[in-house]
Write a protein that binds this ligand. Structure first.
Ligand SMILES: Nc1ncnc2c1ncn2[C@@H]1O[C@H](COP(=O)(O)OP(=O)(O)OP(=O)(O)O)[C@@H](O)[C@H]1O
Ligand SMILES: [Mg+2]
Length: 390
């Protein structure tokens, strides 16, 4: 069928034609935003889940809720090679300029300038405004924890002075350094104590919960970490049926069932299979045969993109480690068993294990266990390295 009319949206952060199975979490964020706006205390939310389950899509949806509720929205994505300060600065600067200039806003900009100066973030990279004098002695000690807290206080007071509230969105939170995460948690703690109108909505890979707890032991009292998981069958059914129905097209039941089976309900894969199945159908019915044809294309596209970008970041030894994990089958694996497959001692695997965790490829769901952060990665490892080459 006409690819131009294809409703499906495989892609990072791409809004699906039908956002299914997420009503409960969106209701929670709506209540959180409403409560904080009204000066009531509520735990902030950090979504945790594997690659491609729809965390970014949810954050975008929550940002929409925040805008509709009258929040000033700051949205950043943490990365492995940029500091939190550098990511925050342009967004916070914009936020302050969006507020009508007054004494508090001017002070906020001055505090931001002082903050950046102390962290030696080149102000040229984030031009605050030449006429703004940096405020000394507030957020410029060089200690990120106290400086970020004081910066947030200045920002929140500036927003509050304009009857505004701030919603800070941070995607890929697992890439924050421990001291950055600690500073952020501490700053949010202060916001809650002072009842300032700032809310944090974040997302990260499943081990974000552990990272936050390591950074500040009280993290779990400040944040909820709702797990975002694969979709149940009835939700997948709806995600496939509704968008094509709107175009006057129908899926045969066996076709949908096959997609449920192949994708295991992982949202990214559902979009990919939906997309390819549509393109392979020749009339207004998508059949099991169309899904079978679509599977080759879908797998190839996933292998060339979704999986490949991750695989290409691995060193040869890391690839071997990942392949050994895949050899043991789907799900989480004991590190001892991985060592056995590789024919090495467990403790010799420490550095590789640490690097793979740092790269966000694997995580430890329980002591001594390891799992892939990318769904169905074990199957990909078998396709890309059919034999254990070592
Ligand atoms: N609830 C949903 N229903 C249907 N499709 C969805 C849903 N959530 C996400 N998707 C689709 O899944 C894909 C991945 O979504 P998204 O990029 O938000 O995942 P993610 O968890 O942020 O992944 P990553 O960890 O790789 O950043 C997109 O193509 C999106 O359209
Ligand atoms: Mg994402």
């Amino acid at each position: 069928m006409d690819p131009m009319l294809n409703p499906f949206a495989p892609g990072a952060g791409a809004r699906p034609p039908e956002l299914v199975g997420r009503d409960e979490i969106l209701e929670r964020s709506r209540i959180l935003l409403g409560r904080v706006k009204n000066g009531r205390a509520e735990k902030s939310i950090i979504l945790s889940g594997l690659r491609g389950v729809g965390k970014t899509v949810l954050l975008n949806e929550m940002a929409k809720q925040a805008r509709e509720a009258g929040y000033h929205v700051v949205f950043i994505e943490a990365s492995e090679d940029k500091s939190l300060a550098l990511l925050l600065a342009p967004a916070l600067r914009k936020l302050l300029f969006d507020l009508d200039m007054n004494e508090k806003v001017r002070r906020g900009l001055g505090v931001l300038k002082g903050f950046l100066g102390a962290l030696k973030v080149k102000v040229a990279e984030v031009e605050i405004g030449l006429d703004i004098d940096p405020v000394r002695g507030t957020a410029d000690s060089g200690d990120l924890e106290s400086d970020l807290t004081n910066l947030f206080i200045a920002l929140a007071e500036a927003a509050q002075d304009r009857s505004g509230a701030i919603a800070l969105f941070i995607d890929e939170m697992q890439y924050l350094e421990e001291k950055e995460l600690g500073a952020l948690i501490m700053a949010m703690h202060k916001m809650q104590q002072l009842q300032l109108p700032v809310v944090l909505l974040g997302a990260g890979l499943p081990f974000i919960t552990g990272l936050a707890g390591d950074a500040k032991s009280y993290a779990e009292r400040l944040f909820d970490f709702p797990p975002i998981a694969e979709l149940p069958s009835n939700a997948v059914r709806k995600a496939l049926h509704d968008p094509v129905h709107a175009e006057g097209v129908a899926f045969d039941d066996p076709a949908i069932n096959k997609i449920i089976e192949l994708t295991k309900g992982f949202p990214y894969f559902v979009q990919e299979w939906g997309y390819q199945s549509w393109n392979h159908a020749s009339d207004a019915r998508i059949t099991l045969a169309n899904v079978a044809d679509a599977t080759d294309t879908a797998l190839k596209r996933l292998d060339d993109n979704f999986f490949r970008v991750r695989f290409d970041r691995l060193t040869p030894r890391e690839k071997q480690f990942m392949r050994a994990m895949a050899e043991l089958g789907p799900g989480q694996q004991r590190i001892g068993n991985i060592a056995e497959v590789l024919g090495v001692k467990v403790n010799s695997l420490g550095p590789i294990r640490a690097n793979l965790i740092h790269k966000g490829m694997i995580f430890s769901p329980a002591y001594g266990d390891l799992a892939f952060t990318v769904p169905l990665f074990n199957e990909f490892m078998h396709r890309v390295m059919p034999k254990m080459e070592f």
